[in-house]
Design a protein around this ligand. Structure first.
Ligand code: ZN
Ligand code: ZN
Length: 150
Protein backbone atom coordinates (compact mmCIF):
# COMPACT_ATOMS: atom_id res chain seq x y z
CA UNK A 1 0.00 0.00 0.00
CA UNK A 2 3.01 2.26 0.10
CA UNK A 3 3.59 2.25 -3.63
CA UNK A 4 3.03 5.48 -5.45
CA UNK A 5 -0.60 5.81 -6.52
CA UNK A 6 -0.95 5.96 -10.28
CA UNK A 7 -4.72 6.40 -10.58
CA UNK A 8 -6.77 9.53 -10.39
CA UNK A 9 -8.57 9.95 -7.09
CA UNK A 10 -10.38 13.08 -8.25
CA UNK A 11 -13.06 11.21 -10.21
CA UNK A 12 -13.99 8.76 -7.47
CA UNK A 13 -16.67 8.98 -4.82
CA UNK A 14 -15.34 10.01 -1.43
CA UNK A 15 -16.80 9.94 2.07
CA UNK A 16 -15.73 11.83 5.18
CA UNK A 17 -14.91 9.55 8.10
CA UNK A 18 -13.54 9.94 11.59
CA UNK A 19 -11.04 7.64 13.23
CA UNK A 20 -9.05 7.27 16.41
CA UNK A 21 -6.37 5.20 18.03
CA UNK A 22 -6.87 2.65 20.82
CA UNK A 23 -6.07 5.05 23.68
CA UNK A 24 -8.02 7.95 22.16
CA UNK A 25 -5.09 10.39 22.24
CA UNK A 26 -5.38 10.84 18.47
CA UNK A 27 -8.61 11.59 16.59
CA UNK A 28 -8.80 12.58 12.95
CA UNK A 29 -11.12 13.19 10.02
CA UNK A 30 -10.30 12.39 6.41
CA UNK A 31 -12.04 11.87 3.05
CA UNK A 32 -11.78 8.20 2.07
CA UNK A 33 -12.32 6.62 -1.32
CA UNK A 34 -14.59 3.58 -0.72
CA UNK A 35 -13.70 2.12 -4.13
CA UNK A 36 -10.00 2.05 -3.19
CA UNK A 37 -9.84 -0.19 -0.14
CA UNK A 38 -7.28 -2.98 -0.24
CA UNK A 39 -6.16 -5.80 2.00
CA UNK A 40 -2.38 -5.84 1.67
CA UNK A 41 -0.63 -9.12 2.36
CA UNK A 42 2.95 -7.88 2.00
CA UNK A 43 5.45 -8.85 4.68
CA UNK A 44 5.96 -5.19 5.67
CA UNK A 45 2.24 -4.79 6.47
CA UNK A 46 2.25 -8.14 8.29
CA UNK A 47 5.04 -6.98 10.59
CA UNK A 48 3.90 -3.39 10.99
CA UNK A 49 0.32 -4.37 11.91
CA UNK A 50 1.25 -7.58 13.75
CA UNK A 51 -1.32 -9.50 11.75
CA UNK A 52 -1.74 -11.52 8.56
CA UNK A 53 -2.74 -8.56 6.39
CA UNK A 54 -3.62 -4.90 6.63
CA UNK A 55 -6.84 -3.46 5.21
CA UNK A 56 -6.30 0.14 4.21
CA UNK A 57 -8.33 2.75 2.39
CA UNK A 58 -6.82 5.32 0.09
CA UNK A 59 -7.71 8.82 1.11
CA UNK A 60 -7.38 12.39 -0.04
CA UNK A 61 -4.23 13.56 1.73
CA UNK A 62 -5.03 17.23 2.02
CA UNK A 63 -8.37 16.49 3.72
CA UNK A 64 -6.61 14.96 6.73
CA UNK A 65 -7.57 16.96 9.80
CA UNK A 66 -6.50 16.08 13.31
CA UNK A 67 -9.28 16.70 15.83
CA UNK A 68 -6.73 16.09 18.56
CA UNK A 69 -3.39 14.50 19.26
CA UNK A 70 -1.43 15.36 16.10
CA UNK A 71 1.63 15.78 18.33
CA UNK A 72 1.20 12.17 19.50
CA UNK A 73 1.50 10.81 15.94
CA UNK A 74 4.89 9.38 15.10
CA UNK A 75 6.09 7.52 12.02
CA UNK A 76 8.61 5.04 10.70
CA UNK A 77 10.01 5.13 7.18
CA UNK A 78 9.75 1.72 5.48
CA UNK A 79 9.01 0.41 2.00
CA UNK A 80 9.12 3.82 0.36
CA UNK A 81 6.76 5.59 2.73
CA UNK A 82 5.95 6.53 6.30
CA UNK A 83 3.93 4.23 8.54
CA UNK A 84 2.30 6.40 11.18
CA UNK A 85 1.19 5.25 14.60
CA UNK A 86 0.18 6.58 18.01
CA UNK A 87 3.25 7.14 20.19
CA UNK A 88 1.16 6.39 23.31
CA UNK A 89 -0.67 3.14 22.44
CA UNK A 90 1.06 2.01 19.23
CA UNK A 91 -2.09 1.83 17.09
CA UNK A 92 -1.30 1.84 13.37
CA UNK A 93 -3.29 4.69 11.88
CA UNK A 94 -2.15 5.60 8.36
CA UNK A 95 0.62 5.59 5.78
CA UNK A 96 2.05 8.54 3.90
CA UNK A 97 3.97 8.70 0.66
CA UNK A 98 7.48 10.07 0.94
CA UNK A 99 6.08 13.36 -0.30
CA UNK A 100 3.32 13.74 2.28
CA UNK A 101 1.22 15.84 -0.10
CA UNK A 102 0.73 12.88 -2.46
CA UNK A 103 -1.54 10.37 -0.79
CA UNK A 104 -2.51 8.80 2.48
CA UNK A 105 -3.78 5.30 3.14
CA UNK A 106 -5.76 4.84 6.33
CA UNK A 107 -5.89 1.68 8.43
CA UNK A 108 -9.56 0.66 8.29
CA UNK A 109 -9.54 -0.74 11.85
CA UNK A 110 -9.25 2.76 13.32
CA UNK A 111 -12.21 4.20 11.43
CA UNK A 112 -15.54 4.67 13.26
CA UNK A 113 -18.49 2.75 11.74
CA UNK A 114 -16.17 1.06 9.29
CA UNK A 115 -18.58 -1.62 8.00
CA UNK A 116 -19.28 0.49 4.92
CA UNK A 117 -15.53 0.60 4.19
CA UNK A 118 -14.65 -2.90 2.99
CA UNK A 119 -11.87 -4.24 0.79
CA UNK A 120 -12.37 -4.42 -2.96
CA UNK A 121 -9.23 -6.51 -3.58
CA UNK A 122 -6.33 -8.36 -2.00
CA UNK A 123 -2.88 -7.10 -3.01
CA UNK A 124 0.64 -8.50 -2.63
CA UNK A 125 -0.77 -12.04 -2.40
CA UNK A 126 2.64 -13.48 -3.32
CA UNK A 127 3.39 -13.19 0.43
CA UNK A 128 -0.12 -14.05 1.66
CA UNK A 129 -0.17 -16.46 4.61
CA UNK A 130 -1.28 -19.85 3.33
CA UNK A 131 -4.20 -19.94 5.81
CA UNK A 132 -5.43 -16.40 5.17
CA UNK A 133 -8.11 -17.55 2.72
CA UNK A 134 -9.29 -20.39 4.98
CA UNK A 135 -10.46 -18.32 7.96
CA UNK A 136 -14.13 -18.38 6.91
CA UNK A 137 -14.14 -22.18 7.25
CA UNK A 138 -13.03 -22.47 10.88
CA UNK A 139 -15.29 -22.31 13.98
CA UNK A 140 -16.35 -18.78 14.96
CA UNK A 141 -17.57 -17.60 18.38
CA UNK A 142 -19.01 -14.45 19.91
CA UNK A 143 -16.46 -13.28 22.47
CA UNK A 144 -13.74 -15.68 23.62
CA UNK A 145 -15.18 -19.07 24.66
CA UNK A 146 -13.74 -20.95 27.63
CA UNK A 147 -12.12 -23.62 25.49
CA UNK A 148 -10.17 -20.96 23.56
CA UNK A 149 -9.19 -18.89 26.60
CA UNK A 150 -7.88 -21.82 28.66
ZN1 ZN B 1 -3.21 6.09 21.10
ZN1 ZN C 1 1.59 -3.98 2.45
Amino acid sequence: MLRRATFSIEIEQKIMVTGRCLCGAIEYQIELIPGQVYSCHCTLCQRAHGTAFATQALAVGDTLNFIKGKDKLTDYFSGGGYRAFCSVCGSRLMNYAEDKSQYVSVAVGGIEDNDQICPVANVCIESQRSWATEVKNIPSYKGIPKEVAE
